[in-house]
Design a protein around this ligand. Structure first.
Ligand SMILES: Cc1cc2nc3c(=O)[nH]c(=O)nc-3n(C[C@H](O)[C@H](O)[C@H](O)COP(=O)(O)OP(=O)(O)OC[C@H]3O[C@@H](n4cnc5c(N)ncnc54)[C@H](O)[C@@H]3O)c2cc1C
Length: 398
């Protein structure tokens, strides 16, 4: 019997798990991750503002690998050597691959904003979101300031150069914290800042026209072209010399590329992996990338990470001789922004990529969709609902 080709996947997030589920029958897969549990980041605002248990946002990786006949290595990849096709791990071990997928996500550079770790809050991981929940639980009111820091990007691929990689969570912060404060009759003001020329710079006019009245209704003041530099005990400071009083500052830090990519000399100027639209490294044909770790992924969204993983999966199946079509790279913004209670807005837009779809739909159906998506993903250990539709279709056609 022919041995299966060795596929090493770095990272068990949205992209890495999608690949594992798509390819485990065809490849001898080793999944490498320094976390023992996958973390569903889109659920973190609910942890921070609605008290969702943090345990509902993560699930263990080792059993997923075991059940699919794959291997799980609980370690960080620290260096990739394309010439020997090997990956060095934090444990000191090395492993060889026939194909490598880098799906390590992006690094949130909290240290780049002075005072953020000490005085500020974030919703980006499973340490910061519960910490924010604790603070909000006893928050007695005052000015709340929230926004994303300026991120900068490399120049090796033609991806949109957004000032902020993902402002959807800031939208959730605004609406969910307002909902919480209003329901507790806690006096507050909300100021949102963006480094971009417009808040939500990745969508078009129709979505802005839908979102702006919603922002006005909750009384939020939106400041554009504001580059946060420091978070103090009671203020947020900006590069233009201004500052805003803040009893609570919630900031998304700048994103930078994963260290393993830059340390291996595989990254662009900001350490992201440059890939073509087949998600293949520009320099090494056996190395692929998917998700936030890649320079092409812009904005940094789980929806785009999964689309990229599907392209990688098809490309790898072709590489081992299967006659499958590789999907074209067609990124779009698709996200559901929770707004407190059972309210949410679904946003679908591809104008950033030259398309014409630019839709925002508000209502409890959108909330139900997000709840269904999150629940499905949690209970099926990282499968996504389209899998169900696809499998139902395949079952019906059998
Ligand atoms: C608060 C918040 C809300 C969001 N909401 C949405 C939303 O509603 N919709 C949406 O589409 N997107 C949303 N996003 C964005 C989405 O979470 C990311 O785009 C998505 O997680 C990227 O998937 P990924 O697989 O590329 O990376 P990740 O999900 O970050 O996974 C990367 C994995 O790689 C591992 N890893 C890191 N370094 C190494 C290493 N050296 N070696 C091996 N493994 C490593 C990590 O431990 C992690 O498990 C949100 C993000 C945040 C922060």
């Amino acid at each position: 019997m022919n041995k299966k080709p060795r596929l090493v996947i770095l990272g068990g997030g949205f992209a890495g798990l999608r690949l594992l589920y798509r390819l485990h029958r065809k490849f001898d897969i080793t999944l490498v991750d320094p976390r023992s549990e996958s973390l569903a980041k889109p659920m973190l605002p609910e942890v921070a503002f609605s008290g969702k248990p943090i345990s509902h946002t993560r699930f263990p990786l080792a059993p997923i690998a075991r059940r699919s006949g794959s291997h799980f290595v609980h370690a960080s990849a620290v260096a990739v050597d394309p010439s020997s096709k090997s990956v060095r791990l934090s444990s000191g071990d090395s492993m060889n691959y026939d194909f490598l997928v880098i799906a390590t996500g992006a690094v949130k550079d909290y240290g780049a904003i002075e005072g953020l770790e000490e005085f500020g809050y974030s919703v980006c991981d499973d340490l910061h979101a519960p910490r924010l929940f604790e603070t909000i639980s006893s928050f007695r009111g005052g000015p709340i300031v929230t926004g994303a820091a300026l991120s900068t990007w490399g120049s090796k691929v033609a991806a949109p150069q957004l000032k902020a990689p993902c402002e959807g969570p800031i939208g959730e912060v605004i609406f969910m914290i307002h909902h919480e404060m209003a329901s507790r009759n806690t006096p507050h003001t909300i100021t949102a800042f963006t480094p971009g020329e417009v808040f939500f710079e990745d969508v078009g006019d129709s979505v802005h026209q839908a979102l702006n009245p919603m922002l006005q209704t909750v009384g939020v003041e939106v400041l554009t072209q504001k580059v946060v530099t420091q978070v103090h005990k009671d203020a947020v400071k900006f590069a233009d010399g201004t500052e805003i009083e803040a009893a609570l500052a919630i900031v998304i830090p700048p994103y930078v590329g994963p260290k393993v990519v830059s340390d291996s000399g595989l990254g662009d100027e900001m350490g992201f992996l440059p890939v073509n639209e087949q998600m293949q490294s520009l320099e090494h044909e056996n190395i692929f990338g998917a998700g936030d770790a890649t320079a092409l992924s812009m904005p940094k969204l789980g929806h785009i990470a999964v689309h990229q993983a599907d392209i990688v999966a098809a490309g790898l199946r072709r590489a081992v001789g299967e006659d499958v079509a590789v999907p074209h790279y067609r990124p779009e913004i698709f996200c559901i922004m929770n707004q407190g209670g059972t309210d949410a807005t679904l946003i679908l837009s591809d104008v950033l990529f030259g398309g014409s779809r630019d839709i925002a739909k508000r209502g409890s159906i959108a909330h139900l969709m997000k709840w269904s998506f999150d629940s499905w993903s949690y209970h099926t250990r990282g499968h996504l609902p389209p899998d169900l539709l696809q499998e139902a279709l395949e079952f019906a056609l059998k």
